[in-house]
Each structure stands twice: as structure tokens, then as C-alpha cells.
Design a protein around this ligand. Structure first.
Ligand code: FMN
Length: 328
């Protein structure tokens, strides 16, 4: 499907999630179904401008993952310009700007979600990035800072900015992740005024919630984050429902989890065998495998106890022994 200037296999997008949607994670999720677009989580422009070397391991073989977007977060315009220059040598599809991160650090640095309350700054930033970048530019926002946005002001800003695609997480920066704060109304009203495609995001956890989100807001595509952690087949479940009306209930069991973890380990091992980078080593494998094993161990009897047990593990050797014991 066409999404702005992008040509994607479908309208499903894996959300950027720091320390979650790493290279192995993105490859893992794509094992179970086609995903139109995956996202590299936020990279700090200040850090890139100071030492671009670290990009080498973050963006290793990024071209194999296309279509893929890379997200930048920052406020200093010069650091943005430098970061875009450094990114030029990488082959990716879309440059995304973070205007939704709610962390105290981001707000203090006047970046991420802060931009939702400083639209002048956001406007200036977008214009500079669009002019500088050779790649299409997208933006990820929330429905407002503390209160819902002024739809007219934001839609005009977006329509005139030159960006290709907008993603909206359907809650304000200040509301964080509380369920009741999902605001599909603002998403729907914004969609009516936009001249570029809109990607909807927030609390899509089942095929039914995906359908409700799309039917109500009329967004062009949707992005899923947290539900993929432990249910890597969510996009397939949604696809089946949206195309055939078939509901595949997600029912976890140890056999399935064992298979998932084996696939994940294979993906990491393949990457490790290719990369000679001091950051990508056994410690990397341990961290990746541990946190994904914990996320995957859910939805069956005793799973909470097993997750607690896994969270205390300190080495790869111990982790492997523990998993062996669990699966036996
Ligand atoms: C652990 C974690 C890390 C995240 N990191 C980013 C990030 O780097 N950039 C970003 O735009 N959003 C980030 N987000 C927000 C997600 O992209 C997404 O907007 C949010 O989780 C809501 O979608 P969901 O309900 O499907 O999870 C993060 C969320 C989580 C839970």
C-alpha cells in the first residue's frame, strides 16, 4: 500500500520502543508475518553529534531490514543537522522525529513530548529537518501536552511542514499510559483535517481493538508497541481478523514459548557471527535473551513465578540452564 511516499506491503507498523525494538527484536517480529514498516527507537541527536561511532552497532545492516524508519530525538538544531549528515551513509526509508516522549529528561531538555507545548519550536525543527534530509520525514506526536491539542493549529502546522507521514499516540504527553486516557476523538478529528496519511497508535492489543481503532478514527495505518512484547504474532492475528473475519485467540503455552525463544536465540547468534563490534557480544546476547524470555513467559499457570525467577538471573549460562529446567 502507498503511505505518503512510501510503498509498504501492508498498513501494520512496529512501534519504536527503546531497549525493546532492537535489531534482533525487529527481525523476530517479522518472522511471523509481514510488517509494513519497523522502527529504530529514538537516537539522541546530541549523542550522535558528539560521537557518531555508536551508530555503527545500532544501525548494523539496517538495509536488510527495509522498509525501516529511524527516529531522532533532540532540540538543538545544529545537532539535528549533524545527525542527519551522519545518517546519510545508511540506507533506510524514513526519518522520524520524536515529539511524544514523556520522560522527565526529555521535557527538561525541551525535546520529545515538550514539543507538543511549543509548536513554534516544533515547526522550526520540522522545516529544518525536511530541508536537510534526503529521506522523507515523519513525525510521532501525542494528542496534546496536558490537554487535547488545538486541532486546527496542529493540522495546519503538519499540512504545511513538508513531512510525509504522521503517527499519533492517542493520549497526551502528561497522561502517560493510563488506560482511561486514550483519546480517539482527537485522532479522528485530526485525521479529518490532514492532507498526509495518519498512523494511529495506543493500546491496540487484540484484533478487535485494532478494528475499533480504525473504524472509529479512519486512520490509514496503525502501529503497535507493547502487545508485541510476549505476543510476536499480534499482527498476524489482526491481519486474519481484518481480512477474513477469523479470530485466532492467542493462547500461550510452554511449547510455543520454547519455540519463540529458540528462534530469538538463532537470530541473535546469526547477528553475533556477522558483527565484530565490542558492543555486540555475549553480554548483548544475555540481555536480549533474558528480557525477551521474561516477556514471552506469560499467560499460563505459574508464569508470574517463573518471570520473577528469570529476572534474578545474572549470566547467560545460568539463563540457559534455567530455561532448560523450565521446559523439561
Ligand atoms: C519501553 C518503551 C519504550 C518506548 N520508546 C519509544 C521511542 O524510542 N520512541 C517513541 O516514539 N516512542 C517510544 N515508546 C512509545 C511507543 O512507541 C508507543 O507509542 C506506545 O507504547 C503506545 O503504543 P502501545 O499501546 O501499542 O504500546 C516507547 C514505549 C515503551 C513501552
Amino acid at each position: 500500500m502507498k503511505l505518503g511516499t512510501l510503498d509498504l506491503a501492508n498498513r501494520y507498523i512496529l512501534a519504536p520502543m527503546q531497549n525493546v525494538t532492537t535489531a534482533p527484536y525487529r527481525r523476530f517480529c517479522r518472522k511471523f508475518q509481514e510488517i509494513g514498516l519497523v522502527s529504530v527507537p529514538m537516537l539522541y541527536t546530541k549523542r550522535i553529534a558528539k560521537n557518531p561511532k555508536f551508530l555503527e552497532h545500532k544501525l548494523y545492516k539496517i538495509e536488510e531490514e527495509r522498509p525501516i524508519s529511524i527516529q531522532l530525538i533532540g532540540s538543538d538544531l545544529d545537532a539535528f543537522r549533524k545527525s542527519i549528515d551522519y545518517l546519510e551513509s545508511y540506507n533506510f526509508d524514513i526519518l522520524d522525529i520524536n515529539a511524544g516522549c514523556p520522560s522527565r529528561r526529555a521535557i527538561r531538555a525541551k525535546e520529545g513530548g515538550y514539543l507538543m507545548k511549543d509548536l513554534r519550536r516544533l515547526n522550526e525543527l520540522l522545516r529544518i529537518v525536511v530541508k536537510k534530509s534526503s529521506k522523507p520525514v515523519s513525525l510521532k506526536i501525542r494528542t496534546g501536552f496536558e490537554k487535547p491539542m488545538n486541532i486546527e493549529e496542529v493540522s495546519t502546522l503538519i499540512n504545511d511542514s513538508g513531512i510525509t507521514l504522521l503517527t499519533i499516540h492517542a493520549r497526551t504527553v502528561k497522561s502517560n499510559f493510563i488506560n482511561a486516557t486514550l483519546d480517539l476523538n482527537t485522532v479522528k478529528r485530526l485525521k479529518e483535517r490532514l492532507r498526509i496519511p495518519l498512523v494511529g497508535n495506543g493500546d491496540i492489543t487484540t484484533p478487535v481493538s485494532a478494528k475499533q481503532f480504525i473504524d472509529y478514527t479512519k486512520v490509514d495505518a496503525f502501529m503497535i508497541g507493547r502487545e508485541t512484547m510476549g505476543n510476536p504474532e499480534i499482527f498476524r492475528q489482526i491481519h486474519e481478523y481484518l481480512t477474513n473475519g477469523k479470530t485466532i485467540a492467542f493462547k500461550n503455552n510452554l511449547e510455543l514459548i520454547k519455540n519463540y525463544i529458540n528462534i530469538y536465540e538463532d537470530i541473535i547468534d546469526t547477528l553475533l557471527s556477522e558483527i565484530s563490534n565490542p558492543y555486540v557480544n555475549d553480554e548483548f546476547k544475555f540481555k536480549e535473551l533474558k528480557r525477551n524470555s521474561i516477556w514471552l513467559m506469560k499467560g499460563f499457570r505459574n508464569s508470574t513465578k517463573i518471570r520473577t525467577q528469570l529476572s534474578k538471573i545474572k549470566s547467560l549460562l545460568q539463563l540457559k540452564a534455567s530455561l532448560k529446567e523450565i521446559f523439561n
